[in-house]
Design a protein. Structure first.
Length: 248
């Protein structure tokens, strides 16, 4: 193992090492999630974290990691629009895995031998079926690991194993947050405004219309905010901005 003395490195060097470490941690988590996804023949994964404290109206789920790219923003927005309230309500009362069917002919998620120990939402207005694992680790570690696909035929042993591994994913995400080397740079008012609206579910075009900015400018503000927050993408930046108190 190589150790570095901070005093011998420039800020650019440290920023580069920080970025490399962040990318390495993200790559490891993605590899683990992809392996889990493959086991149940799912097409995509997404990790949602619960943010906001106090009144229920302030609590929201935010996507912090996924392999939906390049349509991550749209996919996360659509999922939360259809399932957000149900997911929040379930997380408050139960840790049973969740399943739902999509609106296509072959979009089915089934766990016949695990029906008593899971909750099925039935058919939903989404183009895919899904399996969602609720995780509760404390104030900052609650949320879901979700796998989406077409026909998901799930054995009880597989569900139990994946639920445990989902808790491990969320634990490591929380630990990664706590290992921030340097505090985030201060965000500008425009960066905060764009992040707030993105966190509220608006896409770049809508943010531009409401703030009187071009889509290019909105994306530039979101990009610089993502860099300042030492995040992999804007979704993770939104989650970190909420945790750091920049947005609600």
């Amino acid at each position: 193992m190589t150790f570095f003395l901070p005093s011998t490195r420039s800020m650019d060097d440290r920023g580069g090492m920080r970025g490399q470490a962040r990318a390495s941690r993200a790559a490891t988590l993605v590899a683990r999630l992809q392996a889990m996804q493959k086991e149940i023949n799912a097409k995509h994964f997404a990790v949602f974290r619960l943010n906001g404290n106090g009144l229920p109206a302030t609590r929201k789920l935010t996507c912090v990691l996924d392999n939906w790219s390049p349509v991550s923003e749209t996919m996360a927005h659509d999922l939360l629009k259809v399932m957000g309230d149900d997911l929040l309500a379930h997380l408050e009362t139960s840790l049973l895995p969740l399943l739902w069917n999509g609106n296509g002919e072959y979009q089915v998620a089934e766990a016949p031998d695990f029906a008593r120990f899971s909750h099925h939402f039935g058919k939903r207005a989404l183009p895919y079926s899904a399996l969602a694992f609720p995780v509760r680790l404390g104030a900052q570690g609650n949320g879901y690991v979700i796998f989406t696909g077409s026909y998901l035929d799930l054995a009880s042993e597989t569900i139990i194993d994946l639920h445990g591994r989902s808790c491990g994913i969320m634990t490591d995400l929380l630990a990664s947050d706590e290992r921030r080397i340097l505090p985030a740079e201060t965000l500008s008012e425009r960066e905060i405004g764009c992040l707030q609206m993105a966190g509220d579910g608006y896409i770049s075009e809508e943010i531009g219309e409401k703030l009187g900015l071009s889509v290019h400018t909105v994306n530039a503000y979101l990009g610089t905010a993502t860099t300042k927050l030492d995040s992999v993408n804007r979704i993770q930046a939104i989650a970190k901005a909420i945790r750091l108190g920049y947005i609600s």
